[in-house]
Design a protein around this ligand. Structure first.
Ligand SMILES: [Cu+2]
Length: 156
């Protein structure tokens, strides 16, 4: 009787183990392109890694994570390139950022930083809003003028 119960328990556990990846010690290791799930792994000292010219000091100078803060980045509506304003900001995980400008003239795309794709390439319209649910440093730039128009979001 005891042996039968024990065997049943073992079988149940084994089945559970099969159904859950990572319950054995031989769980697969990730490839390492997404350090810490895009999270804290790459953030030196919690101030954000330097991406697209945005340093930890730049991120700290534009901390927009306070409740009620306007998390808006503007850029030109005309064809002439000009840097994003502000280009380097800090927000908290779960907050959103709005970009305002002419995407047809300045297509927004992810560029640099953590590889997670919170920013979807946008080339039409004048406003877009993206959420950043996971901590990390996420770079972006203009497809047409990446040397002039570039920035990053540090999500703490
Ligand atoms: Cu541009």
């Amino acid at each position: 009787m005891y042996n039968a119960l024990f065997s049943f328990a073992l079988a149940t556990f084994a089945g559970l183990c099969l159904s859950l990846s990572g319950c054995s010690s031989s769980s697969t290791t990730t490839t390492g392109t997404d350090a810490g799930g895009g999270g804290g792994g790459g953030d030196a000292g919690g101030g954000g890694t330097s991406v697209n010219g945005c340093s930890a000091a730049d991120f700290a100078a534009n901390d927009l994570s306070a409740a009620g803060a306007a998390r808006v980045i503007t850029f030109p509506t005309g064809a002439a390139p000009a840097q994003y304003t502000p280009a380097c900001i800090t927000i908290a995980a779960g907050q959103n950022v709005t970009w305002n400008g002419a995407f047809a003239n300045h297509p927004l795309q992810q560029s640099g930083g953590d590889p997670t794709m919170w920013i979807t390439t946008t080339n039409t319209g004048t406003t877009v809003n993206f959420g950043f649910p996971v901590g990390g440093t996420y770079g972006f730039d203009c497809q047409f003028h990446p040397s002039v128009m570039k920035g990053a979001i540090f999500v703490k």
